[in-house]
Design a protein around this ligand. Sequence first.
Ligand code: NDP
Length: 327
Amino acid sequence: MEYNNLGKSGLQISRLSLGSWLTFGKQIGDNIAEELMDIAYDAGVNFFDNAEIYSRGESERVMGKVLKKKGWKRDSYIVSSKAFFGDGGQLPTQKGLNRKHLVEACEAAIKRLQVDYLDLFFCHRPDKSTPIEETVWSMHNLIMQGKILYWGTSEWSAQEIMEAHMVAKQYNLIGPTMEQPQYNMLHREKVEVEYNQIYKTVGLGTTIWSPLASGILSGKYNDGMPESTRLSMDGLEWLKDANLVDEKLQKVREMTKLAQEVGLSMPKFAIAWCLKNPNVSTVILGASKAAQLKETLTTMDDLDKLTPEILEKVEGILDNKPAFPAF
Ligand code: NDP
């Protein structure tokens, strides 16, 4: 495994990490969740990603039980949570980025994960109904109280991230260290263009999600719908409709041939492509089976196979390179 700084912070994060959305506490049994964490940890993964909304708190509970059972040294891993959507409660005070919810969500995540503090705490989405000053002050105070170590954002615009930094600067507070955006061959704009300036100015780190676009970039949907997969799950029709569209499938089919040419499986090819972007601090892997994770975790060894010529061929197939503004 390789490690790098999370943005301009001194925190060393593994380039591959493990997430729990839709799997822990939902699609997979607790025994599989434990096996996945074991495999990841043994391979040098040091970051486990979570959120209050994942299986309405259950994902954190499952991860917490594994962390406790394993007894891994607390200084050997990084664990996160995210607040905004709540953990299922529908009352107005049970969500958002206001001080009350951030403090309560942090406490709840610490309890469910059975840790003394969270390493990373994300604002899961921007909150138009809370002043940015309140959010920045709340996160800063959680750091001062030792309840979180670094805070970040997820799916914020570059402008929103910069507003947070301006507030932090004005009051001498700690600003956001990292952003968690979606990034994969089929979804590129924010990471490649929108954040381009702020990697340099504020030293933004990124913990990117859905590197396989929920599995479509594994190539397994190329010839129809395989059973027992995420996009065949009841209740996830919205995700299927967003991903299983002809235009995307056609690109993945062509990409699968290119992956074969370079001697890589399609999942590894798609993840290697994400890792090639130097502004990606860590690629958060998802898996429902041990074999999937064992496969994708070896991707670091194959980055050299994505030569400039191959990357050019990738662009030819994708035909979606986001353009920089002309001015
Ligand atoms: P991916 O896009 O990589 O999808 C993971 C899924 O793809 C697996 O669960 C599995 O689904 C399938 N898969 C994985 N490896 C293979 C393989 N080798 N061969 C075939 N199929 C494979 O990532 P996720 O969407 O899971 O996102 C990763 C993490 O990012 C999440 O767990 C979460 O922590 C975070 N995230 C954050 C969000 C945010 O808003 N901040 C939003 C979403 C995710 P199956 O076997 O069921 O088909």
